[in-house]
Design a protein around this ligand. Structure first.
Ligand code: PLP
Length: 451
């Protein structure tokens, strides 16, 4: 194999010499050396030192069908042989892209009959910005420019994606956010709920949207965007009252609702899409990651009929798109991936089997002295680390504590992620109950070592 060509040290040296990694302190990594992942099967990775690691993050929340699925590999190989590329510009299309568009219309909620393809979630959210503004333009309301996102939301790393997101570290670099994007606070009960019940706080947090709409002027607001469950922000599962109230407010002011389903889509929450789990009816949905289980880059935007009708019947040319919009190999892999999700009944497996089982295991974990609360939804989970449980007191250096815990995970053959002082998981949807037990034992060991 390629991995065997060099020693770990040699891989690390070449890596440090030439490869600038995303979201990385380059100098710190060069000193430490990357962990070289060489191959994987099911929910397990192997590194160049021969360690076996349980991947409780599905790569970057994407390898939903697990590693080593031959159906996806074969679909890619077949399509590469037959037609490796042809574009969807200039009035052409390819069979896999048409078939995938048809299939997406089938598996998404009924208001979605049209798709715009991209190669990533970030490009999908860039498309959202241009599309919603274009929609209001065509309708004769060009002053509707403002899009409202949330602090600590994540919508990607392009100029528009990072602007829609509310990551302060990203906004601090490169002149973000772009104009006419603003944010409200997140529905994070543990941090912001004070002495309100979860349900009351859900309504309070949703009403921050109404306050923002009124402050901006309803006639200037184009859309609200949110992840059904914030992923990269720390798996913040909102109170059940939150999304129905958000929906009511968007309806009241005629504002488009965008559900960023890049993480929540394709079964992660126990329904096909996160909006179905949280009870919203979006006008647009961004997807990526799980559509191909990360085997090949693909993303896109599901366009609700309210918008599609206007753009198709009155819009004329939409001056937007990418070389790889509707890439035939990516679409062929997506078709095989969705086929496999159906064949293995993975959405039901999450909803009725491993999801509830994980919820039960995480509820028990909340008794650990280092844990303030745990949250799960489907196969997403968060462990809130605390210094003082009774007082809900966080650590002074949250990130440091999270990183210590993460270090123990890494050392013990588990990948989970630290977001400040929240430890998060999103394992492949193919995980079994005995594998959940194995993962929980590793998580407990890491917490004990962090104590
Ligand atoms: N939206 C959400 C909710 C995400 O979690 C991500 C990536 O993690 C993105 C958008 C950006 O997707 P990509 O990294 O494919 O551009």
């Amino acid at each position: 194999s390629r991995a065997a060509k060099r020693s770990t040290k040699e891989w690390q040296q070449a890596d440090a010499a030439h490869f600038l990694h995303p979201f990385t302190d380059f100098a710190a990594l060069a000193k430490k050396g990357s962990r070289i992942i060489t191959d994987a099967n099911n929910i397990y990775l192997h590194d160049s030192d021969g360690n076996k690691i349980l991947d409780a993050m599905s790569g970057l929340w994407c390898v939903n069908v697990g590693y080593g699925q031959k159906a996806l590999v074969d679909a890619a190989a077949r399509q590469m042989q037959e037609l490796p590329f042809y574009n969807a510009f200039f009035q052409t299309a390819t069979p896999p892209s048409i078939e995938l568009a048809e299939l997406l219309a089938e598996v998404t909620p009924p208001q979605f009959q049209h798709v715009f393809f991209t190669s990533s979630g970030s490009e999908g959210n860039d498309t959202i910005v241009r599309m919603v503004r274009r929609y209001w333009d065509v309708l004769g309301q060009p002053e509707r420019q403002v899009i409202i996102g949330r602090h600590n939301g994540y919508h990607g790393s392009t100029m528009a994606g990072a602007s829609l997101g509310g990551m302060s570290g990203m906004h601090a670099q490169g002149g973000l956010p772009i104009p006419n994007i603003t944010h409200i606070e997140q529905p994070h009960w543990f941090e912001l709920g004070g002495d309100q019940s979860r349900e009351d706080f859900g309504l309070t947090a949703a009403r921050w949207l109404e306050e923002k709409i009124l402050a901006v002027g309803p006639e200037r607001v184009a859309a609200f965007i949110g992840e059904p469950i914030q992923g990269a922000g720390g798996v913040i599962v909102p109170p059940t009252t939150y999304w129905p109230e958000i929906q009511r407010i968007c309806d009241k002011y005629g504002i488009l609702l965008v559900s960023d389903e890049v993480i929540c889509g394709f079964g992660r929450t126990g329904e096909w899409f996160g909006c179905e789990t949280v009870g919203s009816r979006p006008d647009l949905m961004t997807f990526a990651k799980g559509v191909t289980s990360g085997y090949i880059p693909l993303g896109g935007v599901m366009v609700g009929e309210r918008i599609a009708k206007v753009l198709i019947e009155q819009g004329g040319e939409f001056n937007h798109g990418f070389t790889y919009s509707g890439h035939p190999v990516a679409c062929a892999v997506a078709l095989a991936n969705i086929g496999l999700i159906r064949q293995l009944n993975l959405v039901s497996h999450v909803k009725h089997n491993v999801g509830p089982y994980l919820a039960q295991q995480f509820a028990e974990l909340a008794e650990h002295p280092l844990v303030g609360e745990t949250q799960t939804c489907g196969l997403m989970g968060a462990v809130q680390l605390v210094k003082d449980k009774a007082k809900r007191q966080m650590f002074d250096s949250a990130l440091e504590v999270g990183m210590v815990c993460r270090g123990h995970c890494f050392g013990n053959g588990l990948i989970m992620r630290a977001v400040g002082d929240r430890m998060i998981i999103a394992p492949p949807l193919v995980i079994t109950r005995p594998q959940v037990d194995e993962m929980m034992a590793l998580i407990r060991r890491c917490l004990d070592l962090t104590l």
